[in-house]
Design a protein around this ligand. Structure first.
Ligand code: BGC
Length: 484
């Protein structure tokens, strides 16, 4: 399948609105006849996805580590909040910085800097002599997470062929979920020794792999062309495309760069880019306000409250949630280039909304009728499990994927940075407000997240374009046509 054919497919779609369904001339995924380049691009995606592994590990590990940090450092509630939320705060800034560095030093170097920050942050947190040093080290880790959440999906998307881009970028989310699961397991295994310093310090191993791996990888050809380095861009493309695809793809990227010339950050708000930015920011925020991290961060407490009496049963259920999250992400990897992004988003949002509403109804029913409280535990685990399955094949991977592909090359880094920062801001607000809202609203809180699910569904139907099988330049051209 040549790039020319991809472009033709895009051109044929030119008068379709971006919110219309894709009509791609792509052959079915899996029919690739170039095993060497396919293998190499998969390796590139896997190396960049190590940033996702660290993202998941470092956000997940703190829950178990806090059990021992609190008595060691005699932390009050305020300091506890600072240690936990320092990462989210750092990530917000890291995301914004990532937009600038991805343009200035490139996608590859931004990922390397992220890896170095992961190493520095994990070592510092492992040896932190006091709470201030610990908070500072968690901010550094947060900055690394922000950098990687902008630069890794974008780097993978810019190197991937259109036919496999969904699957390859979704490896990033697979790594996030694997990182969360590994953090639960590490916390559990090291808990008997109260070894919180090891829990935090272990992240320097994947951090080092990320740095070493990225040093060996090529730079994004799209960034290289943007900076005028055509020879290097052609070389990078030659590693991941067959020779007959390169000329057409270079030509297409040049055309796209000529048509999109945003000069400054403020240009993101101009009519040309605004609709795409609305989609990026909207998806990023909906990924959080539908409640995923109330479960990822607070699952043991939710389960204990629902009557899973012992702390160890609640922890086992939490590990079950982690495994479900990883396995269900595989559904997206299998389907995202076959059925497309929108059907996955809509199916996932329907399932998430129904599970949340069912959870609210069940909890209210049990508390108002006073029937067997014992039944609430398994019901809660069941509906939360279903919710996780639906998130993991939809909003989880597809949001990071679409943020990496819906913006034109000239504006991609900045627009992805703004969308990613919005994701971290929403994450911060939802996870901060959850305990307070739960105390105020009880089981009705689940209805609030379900209502957000309905709003997200309407947003996807109305505003989100299908990008399956289209080259990044086709997607960019579609926005231009729609804006005319
Ligand atoms: C989200 C994280 C979330 C994780 C759960 C990611 O896509 O951005 O906030 O914790 O998925 O798997």
């Amino acid at each position: 399948m040549s790039t020319e054919r991809t472009s033709e497919a895009g051109r044929a779609d030119d008068n379709v609105s971006p919110s219309g369904a894709a009509r791609s001339a792509e052959p079915p995924p899996g029919s690739d006849r170039r095993p060497a380049t396919t293998l190499y691009i998969t390796l590139i995606a896997a190396v960049a996805a190590l940033g996702g592994l660290l993202f998941g590990f470092d956000t997940g590990v703190i829950a178990g580590a806090m059990l021992f940090i609190v008595p060691d450092f005699h932390l009050g509630p305020g300091e506890q909040g600072l240690v936990v939320s320092a990462v989210t705060f750092g990530a917000l800034f890291g995301a914004l910085i990532g937009g600038t560095t991805s343009d200035a030093i490139g996608r590859r170097w931004t990922n390397i800097v992220a890896g170095l920050s992961f190493i520095a942050g994990s070592i510092l947190s492992a040896v932190a002599p006091n709470v201030d040093a610990l908070i500072a080290s968690r901010v550094i880790i947060g900055v690394a997470i922000g950098l990687t959440s902008v630069a890794a999906p974008m780097y993978i998307a810019e190197l991937s062929p259109a036919r496999n881009r969904g699957k390859l970028v979704s490896l990033f989310q697979l790594a996030v979920t694997a990182g969360i699961l590994v953090s639960y397991i590490v916390d559990r295994s090291l808990a008997p020794e109260h070894a919180w310093r090891w829990m935090l310090g272990l992240a320097c191993i994947p951090g080092s792999l990320l740095v070493l791996g990225m040093i060996a990888m090529p730079e994004s050809p799209r960034w290289l062309l943007k900076t005028g380095a055509e020879k290097s861009a052609r070389h990078a493309l030659s590693l991941v495309r067959s020779p007959d695809e390169i000329d057409a793809e270079v030509k297409e990227i040049h055309e796209d760069l000529e048509h999109n010339r945003p000069a400054a950050w403020t240009e993101l708000l101009m009519p040309g880019l605004r609709p795409a930015l609305l989609v990026g920011v909207g998806l990023a925020v909906f990924q959080q306000v539908t409640g995923i991290n109330t479960i990822i961060y607070y699952a043991p407490q939710i389960f204990q409250k629902a009557g899973l009496d012992s702390a160890s049963t609640a922890l086992a259920a939490t590990i079950g949630i982690g495994v479900t999250n990883v396995l269900s992400t595989l559904i997206a990897i299998w389907l995202v280039d076959r059925v497309g992004r929108k059907p996955l988003l809509l199916a996932g949002l329907s399932g998430m909304t129904l599970s949340l509403a069912a959870l609210g109804v069940a909890q209210r029913f049990v508390s108002t009728t006073g029937i067997d409280q014992q039944k609430l535990g398994p019901i809660t685990v069941g509906f939360i499990g279903l919710y996780i399955v639906c998130f993991a094949f939809s909003l989880g991977p597809v949001v990071w994927l679409m943020i990496s592909e819906i913006f034109p090359t000239r504006a991609r880094a900045r627009a992805a940075a703004v969308s990613t920062a919005a994701n971290w801001m929403a994450n911060f607000l939802v996870s901060l407000s959850f305990p307070v809202l739960q105390a105020m609203m009880g089981s009705s809180l689940w209805f609030l997240y379900a209502a957000m699910g309905v709003a997200a569904f309407i947003f996807v139907v109305g505003y989100v374009p299908e990008t399956k099988g289209k080259s990044l330049e086709d997607i960019s051209r579609q926005w231009r046509t729609a804006n005319r």
